[in-house]
Ligand binder design. Sequence first.
Ligand SMILES: Cc1cc2nc3c(=O)[nH]c(=O)nc-3n(C[C@H](O)[C@H](O)[C@H](O)COP(=O)(O)O)c2cc1C
Length: 438
Amino acid sequence: MSKRQMHLIGYVLAGPTWHHYGAWRHPESDGLDMLDPARYEEIARTLERGKFDGLFFVDFLMLFDSYAGGYRTNLKEGGQQCMMDPMQLLAAMARVTSHLGLASTMSTTFYHPFHIARAFASLDHISKGRAGWNVVTSAMEREAKNFGMDALMDKNKRYDMADEVLEACDKLWRSWEPGALVGDRQNNVFADADKVHYVNYEGNYVRTSGPLTVPSSPQVRPVIMQAGSSPRGREFAGRWAEVIFTLQNSKEHMQAFYRDIKDRVVASGRKPNECAIVPAVDIVLGDTESIARERAEAINEYASPTLGVAEISNALGVDMSKEPLDKPLEDLELTQGCRGILDVMLQGTKKDGLTLGQAGKAWATSQMTPQLIGTPKMIADHLQDFFEAECCDGFMICPSISPGTYVQFVKTVVPELQRRGIFRKQYQYSTFRENLQN
Ligand SMILES: Cc1cc2nc3c(=O)[nH]c(=O)nc-3n(C[C@H](O)[C@H](O)[C@H](O)COP(=O)(O)O)c2cc1C
C-alpha cells in the first residue's frame, strides 16, 4: 500500500510583510514589489514547480489600527497589510500555472453570497477547477466601519450568518446543472433553460433568488478553507471546511487540535480525509545548521517587538500600547477581541512565561508558530515527525523571506520529502479538490 501523502499550502499576502514582520527590510526580500502582479505570478510558478497543493491569500479589509490609536506604527514599520484584491491577483496566477490550487480569503460578514458565489465560480472557470475560498467571518471593528456598519455582530451570530452564506452560495453554485450550456449553433440552442434554476434562499441573515449568472464550474464549488479556533469556529469548520489552517505552537497542541477537528468532521457525516488540517510552520533554511541559524538570527533582527505588540493588538482588537513591555502576558486582562488567537498566544506564554515585549518579538518573528531552522534534511525530519505523529495532514508553509524561502524549499526540502515517499512527485489530478483528497 502506498504511503499517506502530505499536503502543502503556501501562505501569501498582497503586502510587504507576511508571517515575519520586518522581513521586507531584508535585502533579498521582494516585499517592496507588493503591487506588481509579476511577483505573485513568480511565486505561483515556484510553488507549482514544488508540486504544492495550492496557495492562499490572507486578506483583511482595513489598515490595522488597534495600536496607539491609529495605523501609524503598522504603516511606518511595514506590518501586515493587504494592499490589493487577491481575486484579481489569483486570476493572473491562474494564467501562468495549470495544477496549483488558488485560494483567497473572503468575508461572509461583508460580502453578499451572490457576489461570493459569482467571484469564486469565475475563478474556478479561469483556473479550470483550482479555486479555493478561505471563509472568514471577520473580527475587526474597523472592517465593519469600512462597510458602513456601526459595530460587528457578536462572534456566534457571525458564524450563524456564515452558515447561511455557505448554504446560499452552495445553492447558487448548483443553480446551473452541468450540461446546461449547449452551444448548438445549428439548432439555435445556446443553453438549456430547463437546467438552470432559481434558488430562492431565505435565511435569517441572507436572501438570494438566483440563478447565478455563471454556469456550473469544474469543481462546482471551490475548495472551502477555514481557520476558526473558537468552539463555534471549530463547529463551523467541522461542517464545511476541506482545509483547516491553524496556528499551534507545539506538537501536543497540534495533536489535540487534530483529534478534535477530525471528530467534528466525522460527527458532521463526512469522511476524515475530506478535511486536511494544515498547521502553519515558518521555515528558515541553510546548507548547514550553522548557516541556517546565522540566517535566522539575521532575519529575526528585523522583527521589532513594538511592531509585534502592535500586531498582537491588531489580532486581538485591543490596544496594548499602554501596557509595559515587561508585563507577563498572562497578567493582561482581556475580555474582548479574538479569543482564538489569544489562546494560541497563551499556549506560548504558559510554556515559556513570556512578557508582552517577548511575546511581541515572537509574534513578529513567526506569529508564535514553530520557526523551523535547519538544513533541508532537518526540516524534512521535523515535517515528517509532525505528519506521522498525527499532528496534521500537511502544512501551511510560511516563508521567512519571500521569494527566497519558497525557492529554497522547493529546490531542497520537496525532493527530500519525495525521496521519503510522503509527498507527490507529479500532480495526479487537475483540480484542487482531487489533489487534496487523494
Ligand atoms: C492561519 C490563519 C490565517 C487567517 N487568515 C485570516 C484572513 O486572511 N482574514 C481574516 O479576516 N481572518 C483570518 N484568520 C482569522 C480566522 O478566520 C479566525 O477569525 C481566527 O482564527 C479566530 O478564530 P475564531 O473566529 O473561531 O475565534 C486567520 C487565522 C489563521 C489561524
